[in-house]
Design a protein around this ligand. Structure first.
Ligand code: PLP
Length: 333
């Protein structure tokens, strides 16, 4: 029952009103090349043009705006070197709050500088993501900071869902929406929005073959851990949390399918985005295009692929574009 899920269409509509004017309503464009290949109209939701370079700003902004003024005054905290860290840094600064982002000593200097530039207070602690997370827990416990997690939180899911509202508003006749999938905040929110408005739309999660925690969890019927492997889709790495409270149940209830992509397929998706659409997209953002190119999507009607982010190391992007074997994994020696 959709009504029993932790985030409803009404929650997402409320989030859309709350973040209106603070995020970009990104364009959705028809792709001539992919429409020809797929034999049905294919539309690209250009969310990699979002401020900070990914959709994560939607959830982070909604979460920060949903805090009480007392909570906001105490400041927010997260352990993320990636798109969530950037988004939270920007969202907090825009609302006059302090974001503390904890990261390990192993994080490259350019990533640290990037998050500082967005206005966050960066704390370098320990030698692993786990130790950074322990510092977050300590700051919550001892200094009263408010943790804003990257996906498993109703305000985050509702914020990401606003992307789904924009899609179904722009293309009510959509048959399939392709969503990059990691912790499931984006997929849960988009599926709740799209199916809330138009229940017949199929929503398909896309992720990499190696280290896909949500896929393994859905197969097992409960959250499980998987071994992490390096991937071109680095934003799709990481677990879903063994104590997952929001996104696992929503993905189980709302996703019609989860499709896995090899590293070579993801690289082909990035190349196609660049060569045929003039778009620089990170690996995680290219999985929809990758699935279409690989012939893994069968549809009788219009397909929408979400390009979820653009924060790729430019050296790596260049190697992928040049086909220089920049990919990881078995299929790309
Ligand atoms: C975080 C992220 C995802 C996956 O989102 P989840 O909510 O964790 O499933 C996909 N693409 C990009 C670019 C991201 O930053």
């Amino acid at each position: 029952m959709a009504s029993a899920l932790p985030v409803s269409l009404e929650d997402i509509r409320a989030a859309a009103r709350r973040i209106d004017g603070r995020i970009v309503q990104t364009p959705m464009v028809r792709s001539a090349s992919l429409s020809e290949i797929a034999g049905v109209p294919v539309w690209l939701k250009l969310e990699h043009h979002q401020t900070t370079g990914s959709f994560k700003l939607r959830g982070a902004t909604n979460a920060v705006l949903s805090l009480s003024s007392a909570q906001r005054a105490r400041g927010v905290v997260a352990a993320s070197t990636g798109n969530h860290g950037r988004a939270l840094a920007h969202a907090a600064k825009a609302q006059g709050a302090v974001a503390t982002i904890c990261m390990s000593r192993l994080v490259p200097e350019n990533k640290v500088a990037e998050i500082r530039r967005l206005g966050a207070d960066v704390r370098i602690v320990g030698r692993s993501q786990d130790e950074a997370q322990q510092e977050v827990n300590r700051l919550v416990r001892e200094e009263g900071l408010v943790m804003v997690p990257p996906f498993d939180n109703p305000d985050i899911v509702a914020g990401q869902g606003t992307l789904g509202l924009e899609i179904i508003d722009a293309l009510p006749e959509a048959a399939i929406v392709l969503v990059p999938l990691s912790g499931g905040g984006l997929a849960a929110g988009v599926a709740a929005a799209v199916k809330g408005v138009s229940p017949k739309v199929r929503v398909i999660g896309l992720t990499m073959e190696q280290g896909a925690a949500m896929k393994a969890s859905l197969d097992a019927g409960r959250p499980v851990q998987v071994e992490e492997k390096p991937s071109l889709a680095d934003s799709l790495g990481g677990g879903i949390g063994l104590d997952n409270r929001v996104t696992f149940a929503m993905c189980r209830a709302l996703l019609d399918d989860v499709i896995l992509l090899t590293e070579a397929e993801i690289a082909a998706g990035m190349r196609h985005a660049y060569a045929c659409e003039s778009e620089v997209v990170e690996g995680a953002g290219a999985v929809g295009i990758a699935a279409l190119l690989a012939g893994k999507i069968r549809s009788g009607g219009p397909v929408v692929a979400i390009l979820s982010g653009r924060n790729v190391d430019m050296e790596q992007h260049l190697r992928v574009i040049n086909g220089e074997g920049a990919a990881f994994g078995e299929d790309h020696p």
